[in-house]
Design a protein. Structure first.
Length: 218
């Protein structure tokens, strides 16, 4: 199943409820929430309190992307706030297997994100336990960066591994996705498409989501 997940990082945060309503009415499947700690990435964004507020007004799943160190310390806070999917960065989790299990034990979906320079091989022994792998197509930290095209073969290779091993893992792709490249990402094996500036930075978000859907054939 192909899904579109607008990232609120590029929304007008002073009008968050309205912004989120616009994209959910336009048919967004998941809402992507970028959590940054100023340590793992050079930017600070939002935390569990915002997730809890969103939970009251958003009906679609909250897809929470933790770009933070010491993620284990914050899992409960995000689950209690209403996260439906928690994705951690492989590079920030020295005990990744434990962290993934801790997320799943809390009854929600678990994902692992890989920075552009992190090889797929780092997930070889944990892949079948994941609900999703997030391929970062920018170096995380900021919205509005350019899609790194050399990540397309990485997505394709991951898709081949998943197919060969008959796994149910989905591939989420995050960073620089726009109406003009989303089709290519889908053809290379992407299932879930995160777009921040590519949706919120356009004047007619509903039209943008429609165009994206056409491009991914859904
Ligand atoms: C990157 C974040 C992305 C980002 C995507 O650090 O993880 O989710 O918001 O924004 P765009 O689509 O503008 O690259
Ligand atoms: Zn993200």
């Amino acid at each position: 199943m192909k899904r579109i997940a607008p990232s609120i990082l590029s929304a007008d945060l002073a009008n968050l409820a309205q912004e989120v309503q616009e994209v959910t009415e336009a048919g967004a499947d998941w809402l992507h929430v970028d959590v940054m700690d100023g340590h793992f990435v050079p930017n600070i964004t939002i935390g569990p309190v915002v997730v809890a507020s969103l939970k009251k007004v958003v009906k679609i799943p909250l897809d929470v992307h933790l770009m933070i160190e010491n993620a284990d310390l914050y899992l409960d806070a995000f689950v209690e706030a209403g996260a439906d999917i928690l994705t951690v960065q492989a590079e920030a989790c020295p005990h990744l297997h434990r962290t993934v299990h801790a997320i799943k034990e809390r009854g929600i979906r678990a994902g692992v994100a890989l920075n552009p320079a992190t090889p797929l091989e780092s997930l070889a022994y944990i892949l079948d336990e994941l609900d999703l792998v997030m391929i970062m197509t920018v170096n995380p930290g900021f919205g509005g960066q350019e899609f790194i095209v050399t990540m397309l073969p990485k997505i394709k290779h991951l898709k081949q591994i998943i197919t060969k091993r008959k796994l149910k893992v989905e591939i989420e792709v995050d960073g620089g996705i726009k109406t003009d490249n989303i089709g290519k990402v889908a053809r290379n094996g992407g299932d879930i498409f995160v777009a921040g500036s590519g949706i919120f930075g356009t004047p007619d978000r509903a039209a943008t989501i429609r165009k994206m859907r056409e491009a991914i054939g859904k």
